[in-house]
Design a protein around this ligand. Sequence first.
Ligand code: CP
Ligand code: NVA
Length: 320
Amino acid sequence: MATPSATSSLGGLAGRDLLSSADLSGVETADLLQLAGDLKACRRRIDLAGRMLGLIFRKASTRTRVSFSVAMARLGGQTIDLLPTVTQVDRGEPIADTARVLSRYCDALAIRTFAQEELADYAHWASIPVVNALTDHEHPCQALADYLTLMEAFGSHPADLAGLTLAYVGDGNNVAHSLLLCGALLGVNVRVGCPQGFTPELAVVDQARSLAAGRSSVEVVHDPVAAVRGAHALYTDVWASMGQEQEQAERAVAFSGWCLDESLLSEADGRAIVLHCLPAHRGEEISAGVIEGASSRVFDQAENRLHVQQALLAALLGGA
Ligand code: CP
Ligand code: NVA
């Protein structure tokens, strides 16, 4: 179980990168959720006036781009769009040069791209914090918002998350990876249910087990009902992620029977909430009735991107 520290650990995050959920300790993760909750309730004010966040997005985004921009604006700072097609990056300027130059203008970079290695390359060369705004491998900012939403549904403090069970059903993708790692840090039992061939990477599952250190469980199962039984949160994501569009049809076949629908929801704890990182495909990975139903918290979850990213930016830029 990760309890927020009496004197916040967040000072230690100044200048660091967030490439993976596992880059944070359990205490740092809990302290970030606590700060996000305080910012959301207007119990804290943080001033990042004059600070600039660069946004390098190689994939589409509604929530992440807008919530990062609004987060910086609310903290008194600004963002600048650094589309690779507009900068010299797509004309072949090396990341080593780009990252060092951008470090002279900006105070942090939020990067959405395909390969985790590209993100790591930016982080290696930049002298400012680099944040993973989604790669094919992880989506750590999403997981922070997801666990803040779970915390709000079942308590008011990060310690209240310990012992809850989050069941993710569907593709063992970037979102599943970050949920596994972040959940393990917070003492949440994480169960991933997926068809054979779509499991999360074994190395990530092992890493989550090691982070959980026996305090919570990390399970991968191949039956949707077994995955969700008794869970406090049911979570799903698209079957074909960005970059997998050409696999859409074959994935629809492989995931048949894995729709998060009313029948699956009835197997969960009676108080269970439904989460989805969005964008969602109604009638595929989730039924329209479930995403629009009383258990759904997907719009609170989307809002919470804003609050956790304010907390994260404040911490990385030394303002927390
Ligand atoms: N959940 C999420 O990251 O949404 P976007 O792709 O719209 O940023
Ligand atoms: N797994 C999805 C998440 C979108 C927020 C994707 O990578 O497209």
